[in-house]
Design a protein around this ligand. Structure first.
Ligand code: PLP
Length: 369
């Protein structure tokens, strides 16, 4: 290994950037453990549990015949459909390999070792990862006690080094939405040169009447970028398709940072077909939202302090009891997501949610009485 290095005590691993030591790696939700006699459920990654729309599967099969060619790098057909459905221009859209790639690209176009990024915490685990990777200082603003963004504290955290603010509505993992009015007054306080990313990965599930309307906001604020995905409500997490909506200047910047040909032809075709069935997608999202409301209400009836749940998951702020609760679920063949401060439970089949309710009831009796 060190044949050319006379100093044999020198480390033999490559020298990686010091920034890598400033944030933890992304840890995906675990699969459920096998337990004899119990159907396993994965409620740890906020995936859509409904079976895919048959037309979308057909579109995938039809586009599985030409692997030798690169896909349409500009994703024109998909962007045209998005532009039509969302009422925005083609130059206001970019399609990427999930919203995950957008988060990476956004930090690349805004952040380096001289800048600061602000985001709420706890929130999506990729925020520390992508901002940390860029070498940026990370300003994590604690959520309020009810799991909501503290927008006043976030506005106060802005300095002349701030270049990126990330917001998440509904917030993953806690669940509440940003209110349209509060976000407008926040954006009025943000200097125009600071890019604000509104992560709307779960917008289709949100039902609160006062919820933020990203598409209207993005018309009013040129420094706002919406992050959306086909992974959650469209149920296409395995195909990796996301998109951003923003002012053309922001989109041009993103286009320089995204991976060429990232979204495969099959994925573009599936996303396009899913958009053509948007009513069915939104109908399913509403069905999941109704199951979520019933699940959250049942947990509150048991005495749990569940924050406003507006996506396809519910948050239990269990603190140091999080690991014990996760273990209780593992024993019953249910995978949930333990994030340290609490446990996030994705909405799944009735049978899965009924099992979690039983576990939660027993857990309360054992640990809180
Ligand atoms: C799931 C998720 C994403 C991105 O998912 P992709 O599969 O990469 O599109 C982005 N933000 C939040 C908050 C998420 O939960």
């Amino acid at each position: 290994m060190n044949a050319e290095n006379p100093d044999s005590s020198a480390p033999s691993t490559p020298r990686l950037r010091a920034a890598l030591d400033t944030f933890p790696p992304y840890i995906p939700g675990k699969p459920p453990r096998e337990v004899t006699g119990l159907r396993p459920f994965k409620l740890s990654s906020n995936e859509n549990f409904l079976s895919p729309l048959p037309e979308v599967l057909d579109a995938m099969v039809a586009h599985a015949k030409d692997p030798a060619h690169y896909p349409d790098d500009a994703a024109v057909a998909l962007r045209e459909e998005l532009a039509k459905r969302l009422g925005v221009g083609l130059d206001e859209l970019v399609v990427t390999t999930g919203a995950s790639e957008l988060l990476v690209a956004l930090t690349q176009i805004t952040s380096d070792a001289t800048t600061e990024a602000i985001y709420p915490w706890p929130s999506f685990e990729m925020y520390p990862q992508t901002t940390g990777l860029a070498g940026s200082a990370r300003i994590e603003v604690p959520l309020s006690a009810d799991g909501r963004h503290d927008l006043d504290a976030m506005a106060e955290a802005i300095t002349d080094r701030t270049t990126l603010i990330i917001l998440c509505s509904p917030n993953n993992p806690t669940g509440p939405v940003l209110r349209d009015a509060e976000l407008r007054s926040f954006l009025d306080r943000v200097p125009d040169h600071v890019l604000v990313a509104l992560d709307e990965a779960y917008w289709e599930f949100a039902t609160a009447p006062e919820r933020v309307r990203g598409l209207e906001l993005v018309k009013d604020y040129e420094n706002l970028v919406l992050l959306r995905t086909f992974s959650k409500a469209h149920g296409l997490a395995g195909l990796r398709v996301g998109y951003a909506v923003a002012h053309p200047a922001v989109i041009s910047g993103l286009l320089k940072a995204v991976i060429p040909f990232g979204v495969t032809d099959m994925s573009q075709a599936a996303a396009l077909e899913s958009l053509r069935h948007w009513d069915a997608v939104l109908e399913r999202a509403a069905q999941i939202a109704a199951a979520r409301d019933a699940f959250a209400a049942a947990l509150r009836d048991q005495g749990w302090d569940v924050p406003e749940a507006q996506a396809n998951y519910v948050w239990l702020p269990l603190g140091e009891k999080s690991a014990a609760f996760e273990d209780a679920c593992v024993e019953q063949a249910v995978a949930v997501r333990n994030l340290g401060a609490g446990v996030r439970i994705s909405i799944g089949e009735d049978e899965a949610l009924a099992r979690v309710l039983e576990i939660a009831e027993r857990f309360r009796a054992e640990h809180f009485s």
